[in-house]
Design a protein around this ligand. Structure first.
Ligand code: FAD
Length: 474
């Protein structure tokens, strides 16, 4: 009788407990992917993430072909689809790797109950996270709301386990079960808007491993200081982690083997991965992290509705070059440098006073690494409504941020080419340039590049007043 191995946010062969368990059981294997997005309470993936998933599934199909046979792809409500597959194939065991978003976890428990009621053996495994959010607690027994003690507890806890090897061999299932092609379950976008994504990324497990190797060899050194400069490379592992093409255990093991493993660069990098853990910790204890203010005092925050400003922000037309560069990088490549995400998110919530949920939704749709925990966790952090959030009075000045982290304007020139010929000192504030300088650089403010949609000083004062109104309750 075969074992069904489910793939979801874990599109990999390495460090895959569910797959290793199937090898241990030494029975024919049916690898299966159930597209249950949007079923029940599950949040449907955004467009960029669906594009990634399409590519990643194709890579997984190829990888499995040589090892465990055909990947069975179906869509629908998880418990129902898996029960049908069990009935058709006569499988007597189902294995999977745990999901940590509360709705996904609930769907998994429902499936587990239904399977067990029918005498099917089930086992689930870790891998997506270094920690089990339900098991890491403060001294008073509650969940962590502040990063530092959370990270101290997690990093001083038991050694992380080693990654699990890819099974040497698996027995492919020889019976017939129907499957749907990836192209039908997740059609590629039409018209094709994904050329920038194709150029920027190699989805799939091999792409993930290559990104890890490149990072460890070339960009880990200097990470602690360099990670804030958008023209420099960080690991670019986030979409691979989001789709489970690699696990934090595999990443940490690679860092540990490197001779810089004791450096401040390695420590900082591990800590950033720790923020991902923290976001999941928060989500797991606050299922509505993407919908509700973590600090309920923000329920009374005087957000503004301003469709024109929101649109300008989404399209990278705010007139602030560093914000616009970020929003265009996002649109073209499906990602945005972390520092610029903070600047762009601060601009939306503080300069424009637009609700963080609008920004979270836009990022959800356009990021290839759109993540149920990290996206709302970071949005709330920037807005000030989150756990351990940035203080309300921290309102990034987009000009100073640009000058500090993109001094020569390399990043802005890449994504806002209409400003490329401006001298360095005006690249972050073209409105300060004389008409002669602008003319020479071919910039016509208000025509080929927008004038700022808000004045910084006015917007700052307005934001402080708005934040003051909830501060008393925070
Ligand atoms: P590196 O600097 O190489 O970091 C290594 C890994 O650590 C990342 O791959 C990521 O998994 C994790 N990490 C780093 N910083 C953070 C952080 N602040 N929060 C959580 N995890 C972190 N990250 C996502 O993966 N998905 C999202 O949807 C997402 N939305 C964000 C929204 C906003 C408003 C902000 C400010 C940040 C968001 N981030 C999100 C976090 C961060 O910007 C990205 O993880 C990072 O830019 C990815 O690049 P990298 O893999 O090269 O990161």
């Amino acid at each position: 009788k075969p074992t069904i191995v489910l793939f979801r946010h874990d599109l990999r062969l390495r460090d895959n407990g569910a797959l290793a368990e199937a090898a241990r059981l030494d029975k024919p294997v049916i690898p299966a992917f159930v597209f249950d997005d949007g079923e029940g309470d599950l949040r449907p993936r955004g467009a960029a993430s669906r594009w990634w998933l399409h590519q990643s599934l194709k890579e997984l199909e190829k990888a499995l072909d040589g090892l465990a046979g055909k990947l069975i792809i179906r869509r629908g409500e998880l418990s129902k689809v898996v029960s049908e597959l069990v009935a058709e194939s006569g499988a007597d065991a189902v294995t999977w790797n745990r999901r940590y978003d509360p709705n996904g976890a609930t769907a998994d428990r429902r499936m587990e109950k239904a399977l067990r009621a029918n005498g099917i053996r089930t086992r689930d495994f870790d891998g997506h996270l270094l920690h089990e959010p339900s098991q890491l607690a403060t001294k008073s027994g509650s969940f962590y709301k502040v990063f530092k003690p959370f990270w101290n507890a997690l990093s001083s806890g038991p050694e992380h386990r080693d990654p699990i090897d890819v099974p040497k061999s698996l027995r492919a299932y020889s019976g017939e079960v129907w499957t749907e092609p990836v192209d039908e379950v997740l059609p590629l976008p039409k018209p094709d808007w994904a050329s920038g994504l194709r150029e920027a990324w190699t989805p799939g497990e091999e792409g993930a491993i290559a990104a890890l190797k490149e990072f460890v060899a070339e960009n880990l050194r200097g990470y602690a200081e360099g990670r804030d400069f958008p023209a420099r490379l960080t690991s670019r592992l986030s979409p691979h982690l989001a789709h489970g093409e690699i696990t934090p255990f595999t990443i940490f093991a690679a860092i540990a083997k490197n001779r810089t493993s004791n450096s401040s660069d390695a420590a900082k990098f591990r800590q950033e991965v720790g923020w991902r853990e923290f976001c999941y910790h928060l989500l797991s204890h606050n299922p509505d992290l993407a919908q509700q203010n973590f600090q309920r005092a923000f329920d009374h925050f005087p957000w503004l509705t301003n469709k024109r400003a929101l649109h300008a922000w989404q399209r990278g037309a705010t007139g602030y070059p560093i914000v616009d560069a970020g929003m265009r990088e996002l649109w073209q490549t499906g990602t945005m440098h972390n520092r610029v995400r903070m600047i762009a998110a601060s601009f939306l919530t503080k300069h424009l006073l637009i609700d963080w949920r609008e920004g979270e939704r836009w990022f959800w749709d356009t990021l290839v690494d759109a993540d149920q925990a990290s996206n709302p966790g970071n949005w709330q952090w920037v807005a000030g409504s989150g756990a351990d959030a940035a203080p309300y009075f921290r309102i990034f000045n987009p000009v100073l941020q640009g000058e500090k982290f993109d001094l020569k304007g390399e990043y802005v020139r890449t994504y806002v080419p209409e400003l490329a010929a401006l001298p360095d000192r005006f690249i972050h504030q073209p409105w300060e340039a004389s008409s002669g300088v602008l003319e020479k650089a071919g910039v016509i403010l208000g025509e080929n590049y927008p004038a700022p949609i808000v004045d910084h000083a006015t917007a700052r004062a307005r934001a402080l007043a708005a934040y003051q109104s909830v501060k008393a309750d925070v």
